[in-house]
Design a protein around this ligand. Structure first.
Ligand code: TRH
Length: 368
């Protein structure tokens, strides 16, 4: 069924809100043929993520609209209105949800969490006592009873062709990344609280040579502390067993290739975390920091599902501030060669589930 949907996105911080909304809109247009309108207060972020609304829409359509002033107050012909991450519809749209003759299905798209409660909350609905508007709660998640995870059709095939053919080395070369054969590659996308300075110190005297690829704008303070300066894009800095290379902030599709090219990915937040899981390689996730250690609860819930070895648990916890990073890294590094299968199994098992957009389309069609 060809449907029209509008997604409201107010960016709280960073890239994740825009990143998730863009992926969601693109896939519903491209794979389900929906007509999508993304109303967002920071359209500039979409450009940084490589979004091309017209070219990316496939058999559907995508309009990006700047959410400024009254721009979003007018209802269009949407069948579905998605409030992403709590974005409150402006008054004009809100009124249409309450009383219009043909009111859109109102869906709250929530943040991803691996916590157990997610599946029992997914799909709940609530009526606003003031005007009778009905909101439906859509929770992304890791099991069949949740809203699932964003994953484009053909992603695994594209990844496998990239990794098994010669494309990986060629792609790295076009990016000016030429690792030595015995060097391991890590990508680093983290929040400022991560123990990066301590990690660099361990890597410089560690048993293995690591090349750490750091996107523009990431870990600047730690780089300055270790090397005396944050390198410019393309620059390579050496310190004993450690090499650091600054890479540009890539488009989302190119960032996938970066993750597929690495031996280890350090990721954060929501969307890069999911992409690292699709890369099927070892990763360490740093959740977005929240009050009262809520992020650690989310991390533990994820580790409980992942069922990896103790070294993986200890390293992820310590990277997020719980435990001794030095000990945890040494143990993780010592086991590194044996860690791949845990992550491959996890990625394949999750990939066997239906993706978020397919579930979302069914969810809406059932309720319209
Ligand atoms: O940018 P983030 O820290 O976003 C966070 C989270 O979404 C968090 O849940 C939210 O509450 C908070 O913001 C406000 O991390 P995240 O989610 O990984 O988003 C980063 C996006 O940037 C993702 O779509 C991947 C993309 N990206 C690129 O496209 N190219 C790059 O080079 C890099 C490093 C990232």
């Amino acid at each position: 069924m060809t449907l029209a949907a509008r997604v409201l996105c107010r960016v709280v911080d960073n890239f994740g809100d825009a990143g998730v909304c863009w992926r969601f809109v693109r896939q519903l247009a491209r794979e389900h043929g929906w007509r999508m309108r993304l109303t967002i207060d920071r359209p500039d972020l979409l450009e940084r993520l490589g979004a091309q609304p017209e070219a990316d829409a496939g058999r559907g359509a995508i309009v990006v609209e700047h959410w400024a002033g009254d721009a979003a107050t007018r209802p269009h012909d949407e069948d579905i209105l998605v409030s992403a991450f709590g974005a409150e519809p402006p008054p004009g749209l809100r009124a249409a949800l309450a009383g219009a003759p043909r009111r859109p299905l109102w869906v709250q798209l929530e943040y991803l969490s691996a916590e157990e409660w997610v599946s029992s909350h997914h799909g709940l609905r609530s009526k606003k006592p003031r005007d009778g508007a009905v909101e439906h709660f859509y929770y992304p998640g890791f099991d069949a009873r949740s809203g699932g995870l964003l994953r484009e059709a053909g992603l695994f095939a594209a990844r496998d062709a990239f990794v098994t053919g010669g494309a990986r080395r060629a792609w790295l070369a076009t990016r000016g990344i030429a690792p030595d054969p015995e060097e391991r590659i890590a990508t680093l996308f983290c929040y400022p609280q991560a123990p990066v300075v301590c990690w660099f110190r361990l890597l410089r005297t560690g048993p293995t040579r690591w090349r750490v690829l750091v996107p523009e704008g990431v870990a600047d303070a730690a780089l300055a502390r270790h090397f005396g300066r944050a390198p410019a894009v393309g620059q390579v800095l050496h310190d004993a067993m450690l090499t650091v290379q600054r890479v540009p902030f890539l488009s989302q599709d190119e960032y996938d290739r970066l993750l597929w090219s690495a031996d280890l990915n350090l990721v954060r937040g929501e969307d890069s975390w999911v992409r690292a899981q699709w890369a099927a390689r070892p990763f360490l996730w740093q959740p977005y920091r929240q009050e009262e250690g809520v992020h650690l609860r989310k991390l533990r819930a994820f580790l409980h599902r992942l069922q990896g070895c103790g070294e993986i648990d200890a390293a992820m916890l310590a990277w997020s501030g719980e435990g001794d990073w030095e000990c945890a890294w040494r143990a993780f590094d010592a086991q590194f060669d044996g860690l791949g299968p845990d992550f491959e199994r996890w990625s394949a098992a999750l990939g066997g589930q239906q993706d978020l957009c397919t579930r979302f389309a069914e969810f809406c069609i059932e309720r319209l």
